[in-house]
Write a protein that binds this ligand. Structure first.
Ligand code: ZN
Length: 344
């Protein structure tokens, strides 16, 4: 019943909020002139599927968790690749002396209003005040757990970074009062140069919406970054699909891949848009990544699985596929890694 009340409260809040602006442009193989779609298309769960899941009573509660590591203070700059897990899909990527944040969320709650919506179970692994100067913010898609308006406004005020998202994002960034001179939107397979890095926008198998009636009005995806010597691929939020091998064919095997491993249960509902840990291992293999790190787990309770289940299932999936567990690590908030594996 609590969940039904949450749904009703969320629907009421969403109805009161403006949705994401609609992208306007010529049709492509993933845009029909009105909305974006996956390639190949996947069956989208219906509202009744959503209600069936919410009422299934199978959610594993997250206990009060006090096991998280203390927040870390990152280095100011690094030429060699360092990734630090902040929380959920928020990662600090340092490569080629450029500081990059993915899907930054520092809010207590995620959602269209600040006081409702899922509450964080653990603090961020880096305090906002301890961030090094941020040059670039990458937004994989506009869901509230990846595109958090209060955090983006704060980054704009403190760091004045470049903000990059999929097609349709510039109008959304403008609604957060971000200077239009520092916003960029990209189509799948497009690439550009930023401070000596190659930045590519890659497909993901997902969807977008911030409110009711704005489904798939802006494009979702992942980001590929390459310096002179290293590369890192951030998958955003994605189900498993052929796009991972296509990305390897297009830009090469990444040195490091950042792959979502949580929010997969129940699989009948989540499968189209979120990977299980085993599917994330298959993505790691399809990409040919030298090293991978698991994201999108442990901070926001969005699905049925327990808080630490994704990390445990990742280790089991690696064992079953004969891969050393140091090659794909579920980083905890505040933990970091390089191309050689997790570091202290
Ligand atoms: Zn999402």
């Amino acid at each position: 019943v609590k969940r039904v009340l949450t749904i009703l409260a969320t629907v009421a809040a969403l109805a009161a909020c403006g949705g994401a602006p609609r992208y306007v442009g010529a049709p492509t193989d993933h845009f029909d002139g009105e909305a974006f779609h996956n390639v190949p298309e996947v069956r989208e769960p219906s509202f009744w599927d959503l209600l069936t899941w919410q009422l299934d009573g199978k959610e594993i509660p997250w206990p009060e968790d006090r096991r998280y590591p203390p927040p870390v203070v990152p280095t100011a700059r690094s030429n060699e690749l360092i990734v630090t897990q902040v929380n959920h899909a928020t990662m600090l990527i340092q490569i080629g002396n450029v500081n990059i944040l993915t899907d930054p969320v520092w809010s207590e709650h995620i959602g269209p209003v600040s006081f409702a919506g899922p509450k964080r179970a653990r603090p961020p692994g880096i305090r906002f005040e301890d961030l090094p100067h941020i040059d670039l913010v990458l937004i994989s898609h506009n869901h509230h757990d990846h595109c958090d308006a209060p955090t983006l406004r704060r980054l704009e005020q403190v760091h004045h970074p470049m903000f990059v998202g999929g097609l349709g994002s510039r109008a959304l960034f403008a609604s957060f009062e971000i200077d239009a001179d520092r916003t960029v939107e990209m189509d799948w397979w497009s690439q550009r140069t930023f401070k000596g890095l190659m930045l590519g926008f890659a497909p993901a198998q997902h969807w977008s919406a911030r409110s009711i009636g704005d489904r798939n009005h802006t494009l979702w995806g992942g980001f590929y970054l390459r310096s002179a010597t290293q590369s890192v691929f951030f998958a955003g939020d994605s189900g498993f699909g052929t796009h991972f091998s296509n990305i390897r064919a297009h830009w090469g095997a990444p040195t490091v891949a950042l792959l979502p491993i949580g929010a997969y249960s129940p699989e009948w509902f989540m499968h189209a848009h979120h990977m299980s840990p085993d599917e994330a291992v298959r993505a790691h293999q399809a990409l040919g990544a030298a090293q991978s790190y698991g994201t999108h787990w442990g901070t926001f309770d969005l699905s049925n699985e327990g808080q630490y289940e994704p990390a445990a299932k990742l280790r089991a999936a690696l064992r079953a596929r004969g891969i050393a567990d140091v090659k794909f690590v579920a980083l905890d908030n505040g933990e970091r890694g390089t191309q050689a594996g997790q570091t202290k």
